[in-house]
Write a protein that binds this ligand. Structure first.
Ligand code: GDP
Length: 224
């Protein structure tokens, strides 16, 4: 085994600077508040939520698990245990970008009975840091199914329901994008302040922002 002069992190990603993190948290809170005020949304959503006394369901309380550090994961490494992380860590893209500033574009907010997230649309410079194979459909028989476009999974986890791990947010986003790509029409839509909320059943909704949110980040590794 060859000597490595650095430690592979828990994950690589873009980490939001304090101001952008505050802005994203405010946006998330706003989003949940507006959803709470939509009867049509709540009625459907609550029917897909496990546990809780459904009469006095509170969306903010339900999504109580908020990440301490807002970020957009590029490569999950688990300190080197995850396959492909060494090649990623040593890639030219990572070496060139480590500790550099990036402005990410948040184009949508989404919610499912498990997670709340922000969809990030990567530009060409950011795509070089995106690992291959993240858009694969992990469920069922996915061998003959086409993957979603490269980078589709890029997101910032904003909140999770109790017992749900942050890894779920990206999978929830892929599921919504897959439904849209398959041509599924929204089962209902709600006009919100920042755009139209489109719901695709089972409490899965996405708000395409009429004006994208720019967030300032630093590309780095995370060592909790
Ligand atoms: P925790 O809820 O803070 O413990 O979060 P996790 O330990 O589940 O994950 C930390 C970060 O790594 C989150 O941004 C997750 O989305 C991401 N992550 C965790 N596991 C995986 C994985 O298997 N694949 C990918 N792509 N990301 C992961």
């Amino acid at each position: 085994q060859s000597f490595r002069a650095y430690i592979i992190p828990y994950f690589f990603g873009w980490f939001l600077l304090r101001r952008s993190a505050r802005e994203m948290r405010e946006n998330a809170e706003d989003f949940l508040n507006q959803l709470s005020n939509s009867e049509v949304f709540l009625k459907e959503f609550v029917s897909y939520v496990e546990c809780q006394s459904k009469e006095k369901f509170d969306l903010q309380e339900y999504f109580q698990k908020r990440p301490r550090v807002l970020h957009c994961t590029t490569k999950f490494c688990n300190y080197g245990k995850d396959p492909g992380c060494e090649a990623y860590a040593e890639s030219e893209a990572v070496e060139d970008s480590y500790s550099k500033a990036f402005t990410l574009n948040v184009v949508a907010l989404f919610v499912t009975p498990r997670t709340v997230g922000a969809r990030v649309l990567l530009n060409k410079h950011q795509e070089v840091l995106w690992p291959k194979g993240q858009e694969r459909d992990e469920g069922e028989d996915s061998t003959e199914k086409a993957d979603l476009p490269f980078g589709s999974r890029a997101h910032i986890t904003l909140a999770c329901a109790p017992g749900v791990k942050a890894v779920q947010t990206g999978l929830d986003l892929l599921q919504i994008l897959k439904l849209i790509e398959e041509g599924k029409q929204p089962t209902f839509q709600v006009d919100l302040q920042k755009g139209q909320l489109c719901c695709y059943g089972e409490g899965q909704c996405i708000l395409n922002l009429t004006k994208p949110i720019e967030v300032k980040t630093i590309f780095s590794g995370f060592y909790p």
